[in-house]
Design a protein around this ligand. Structure first.
Ligand code: NAD
Length: 298
């Protein structure tokens, strides 16, 4: 049994806390939202009164927070002053590469072993314990990080040194954000050309257009039963979250002078959709914007 602290019990962290508790680990859980703490407690975690209380005595400190500013604050105010020096610190939030590197430097200077380990897989994988973790840490530390994350994981892959996990995550989501728009455009065009979208799905799935956004997460309701398109585009990966990741990608690209013209277009499109009021919807609902059928979104 490992003693985990988990700070940030939202869509992702809540599922992770439940998976760890179910696997027989002790989970000291904290969130600013008392309701989120309550849900974690119902799932078998031990509610903590503060982030400082949560990290006290923990073997592994996990953070699953909205963005870089939250991670910096929680590390400054709770993790670094209150965790035991032998605790392994792993930030699983998606944040910018610079924040990940800064936090790792501060933690190392304070005597901690630390890793960034953002995830892919979304809410369903968090609840099922089948996340993919992309890890940035020194190579000798990786076996410990892998062991700590394994109860929640399908895959734990080391990307490189501190910040490399975030770099991998940002590049992956750039690819995802762009590919989803391509799939939505193709489906919307297929419909206009009087091609049955489900028939097009079958053909493209067996052709060179095949990709994860089409065959695992189809934005057209019907062909992929588990996709958010079949539940009103609720509870998946929010437009606002995709927009956040594309902004991180654009910021990273600007900082190193990389050319990412399609990601720039994708960011503009998700930003428009967000401004129209659909930020909470799953990002695959962009299909309805391109079809001119926003009326189908509740
Ligand atoms: P969320 O908003 O549902 O949860 C974040 C939680 O952090 C909230 O419950 C909030 O109250 C809590 N929080 C904020 N500041 C805090 C603080 N100072 N102390 C304690 N708790 C605090 O977000 P989420 O969907 O769970 O995403 C978490 C992270 O995972 C984000 O960085 C996101 O980009 C990343 N991510 C999300 C998904 C997804 O599908 N939702 C997929 C991959 C990665």
């Amino acid at each position: 049994m490992t003693r985990y602290a988990l700070i940030g019990l939202g869509n992702m962290g809540g599922g992770m806390a439940a998976v760890l508790a179910k696997a027989g680990h002790q989970v000291q859980a904290f969130d600013l939202s008392p309701a989120a703490v309550g849900r974690a407690a119902d799932a078998g975690a031990e509610p903590a009164a503060s982030a400082a209380d949560a990290v006290a005595g923990a073997d592994v400190v996990l953070t699953m927070l909205p963005a870089g500013a939250h991670v910096r604050q929680v590390y400054d105010q709770a993790v670094l002053p209150h965790a035991g020096r032998d605790a392994l610190l792993i930030d699983c939030s998606t944040v910018d590469v610079d924040t990940a590197r800064d936090v790792a430097t501060l933690a190392r200077e304070a005597g901690f072993a630390v890793a960034d380990a953002p995830v892919s897989g979304g809410v369903t994988a968090a609840a099922a314990g089948t996340l993919t973790f992309m890890v940035g840490c020194p190579e000798p530390l990786f076996p410990n990080v892998k062991a700590a994350l394994s109860p929640m994981a399908k895959t734990v892959a080391r990307a490189g040194e501190a910040g490399a996990g975030q770099a991998a995550k940002i590049c992956n989501n750039l690819l995802l954000g762009v590919s989803m728009i391509g799939v939505c455009e193709a489906l919307a065009l297929a419909e206009r050309l009087e091609l049955d979208p489900e028939r097009f799905f079958e053909i493209a799935s067996a052709s060179s257009g095949q990709c994860w956004s089409l065959t695992s997460y189809c934005p057209w309701p019907g062909p992929v039963a588990a996709a958010p398109s079949n539940r009103g585009y609720e509870g998946g990966f929010a437009v606002a979250m995709m927009l956040k990741d594309l902004k991180l990608a654009q910021g990273a690209a600007a900082s190193v002078g990389a050319s990412t013209p399609l990601a720039a277009q994708a960011e503009a499109l998700y930003a428009l959709f967000d401004r129209l009021g659909y930020g909470e919807k799953d990002f695959s609902s962009l299909l309805q914007l391109l079809r001119g059928r926003l009326d189908t979104l509740a």
